[in-house]
Design a binder for this molecule. Structure first.
Ligand code: IMP
Ligand code: MG
Length: 178
């Protein structure tokens, strides 16, 4: 793995530092409130696990699995809910956690469908923002890093379900996989 990707785009240290900052901000913003954090599987699971441990108020966690991408590294334009929430969120403060925002389709679709369940509040958090690719405007409340328009892997993000276990974010070197 290391051989293929060379230098990380975002190092483990940078990720750790940024997650501590996000955790501090989220802790302050939700002080005295009840918070339900939703992890979007599979991509956000590594980020989510680190983020919740940097939030110092009690949180309830839940998981959703959605798919937007097919086998190729391009958006199919369709969001499919593969696995939905396990508990109702009506009247709760909800924070949806995603790995990366690309076109914005996934989060804009989920924002509407979660809003329809009448939470008390709904905010969005993403580790990475590929801002140049945005097609569907959606405000992201907490962003880890802005990344260039390149396909990135590692730290939960995959290419064809591989490389999620890479402990940092790297740009996929297409010449090495073709
Ligand atoms: P969007 O719906 O176009 O915003 O795409 C978001 C989803 O596409 C994310 O949940 C990721 O699963 C996937 N995705 C977009 N860009 C990348 C990338 O560079 N690497 C890995 N997955 C990506
Ligand atoms: Mg995803």
């Amino acid at each position: 793995m290391e051989r293929i990707f060379g230098k990380p785009l975002i190092t483990q240290r940078q990720i750790e530092k940024r997650i501590r900052e996000l955790g501090t901000k989220i802790t302050a913003d939700y002080e005295g409130k009840e918070l339900v954090m939703i992890c979007l599987l599979k991509g956000a699971y590594v980020f989510f696990a680190d983020l919740v441990r940097n939030i110092h108020i009690s949180v309830d966690v839940d998981f959703m699995m959605v798919s937007t991408y097919g086998a190729r590294a391009s958006s199919s334009g369709v969001v499919k809910i593969i696995s939905d929430l396990s508990s109702p969120i009506k009247g709760k403060n909800v924070l949806l956690v995603e790995d990366i925002v690309d076109s914005g389709l996934t989060l804009s679709y989920l924002y509407k469908s979660i809003k329809a369940k009448n939470p008390r509040s709904l905010k969005l958090c993403a580790l990475l923002d590929k801002v140049e690719r945005r097609k569907h405007e959606i405000p992201i409340d907490y962003i880890g890093f802005t990344v260039p328009n390149k396909y990135v892997i590692g730290y939960g993000l995959d290419y064809q379900d591989r490389y999620r276990n890479l402990p940092y974010i790297a740009v996929l070197d297409v010449s090495d996989i073709e």
